[in-house]
Unconditional design. Sequence first.
Length: 457
Amino acid sequence: MKTIIEPFKIKTVEAIRFTTREERERILKDAFYNPFFIHARDVIIDLLTDSGTSAMSAEQWASMMRGDEAYAGSQSFFRFERVVRKITGFKYIIPTHQGRAAEKILFTVLGGEGKYFPSNTHFDTTRANIEFSGAEAYDFPTEVGLRPEIKGDFKGNMDIEKLEQFIKEVGPENIPLVMLTVTNNSGGGQPVSMQNIRETRQVCDKYGLKLFIDACRFAENAYFIKKRESGYETRSILEIAREMFSYADGCTMSAKKDGLVNIGGFLAMNDDELAMKCRNVLIVTEGFTTYGGLAGRDLEAIAQGLEEVLEEDYLKYRIRSVEYLGEKLVESDIPIIEPPGGHAIYIDAKRFAPHIPPEQYPGQSIVCELYLLGGIRTVEIGSVMFGKYDKNGKLIPAKMELVRLAIPRRVYTQSHIDYVIEVIQEVYKNRKKLRGMKIIEEASILRHFTAKFGYVD
Ligand code: F0G
């Protein structure tokens, strides 16, 4: 059979509220053309993020009832610890309420002025936490990783040469750790190959550096390795994941992605002294070491979710459903990052709306139009998110102008996705009418969350 069906049945449903175009025009205006200000009940299909938006399984809900809510030494923590250790192999498993809390702790301990953190591409919260500590964050994606129109198996890879050059330039003594984000979210949800992880490890070894993995989407990355990298065809997802982590000294994790839960995360590592320092910060900011800002039931749901995410039937459906959306858009000549990533499709706004210059945020304009036409919520990943200003206040644009359609896990069916395809096709047909946008108000850090926009006259 050629149709890959959802490997689950639906037991509980949540109603979608439909809105009219007129309503959406008012809603979008009231939201200052920023999708983060739109109320969820005003959204028909929500592709803002794949983070914390998963549908939990019956087993996860059942395990929540078993949550042990003891302040210290809860059973749920030990189950969580066992599962995380089985997958990652790390010695210390530190629960946190989400990914950025793990980042905050790690960079509070290791960051500070004069420190540098290179990565294939830091996610925005990772970068923000590094910069907030006074340190500097650097991205070294490969050339092909920055070219949306070129296909490649592992476009999330680190540019090993550039990494090594950078280490020599700033000095290994100023680099507390090197980071690898798998899959590479900001680079299009593209995977990192096992070979690249191994080579990054070799460079780290050469200069005595630690390697940490930002593991949010480790299972999706492992599935791509299985499908695309020779030698891994017959290995299980767990085996591949274990090998990925075996090259690292630790990881940060947002369980809101491949943990298949709505909240949670962790920080894990092997180093005794680092773990002690991190746990001390954890106790001040998140909670005691056996719950870290989570309820016992949340730890249960993560433990169960991490078991389920390793199932190949699930990953096959997951990766295929994202690919299906990508394929249909490509068939309509709509420019996207190719090949499709693991958790999202990224529309290439530069090619979609070439008449809008980066200073007028073409991605944001497409985001608004998708909402107006179809009630679909997406997010710009371009100069709104990553743009900076030079000394004269002129925008330094991001390397790419993208619109992300992030697919929540186990939430939407194929007909929802077919609807999304139709809406995008329609927006694309009328793309010449898309108008440039400007920022009216913004914060100095992570501005995309709260910026207010208007159309350019
Ligand atoms: N690292 C990566 C690669 C991420 O994608 C995210 C979150 C985080 C870290 C932070 O985790 O949200 O649990 O604090 N990404 C979400 C997204 C927000 O929409 O891509 P968090």
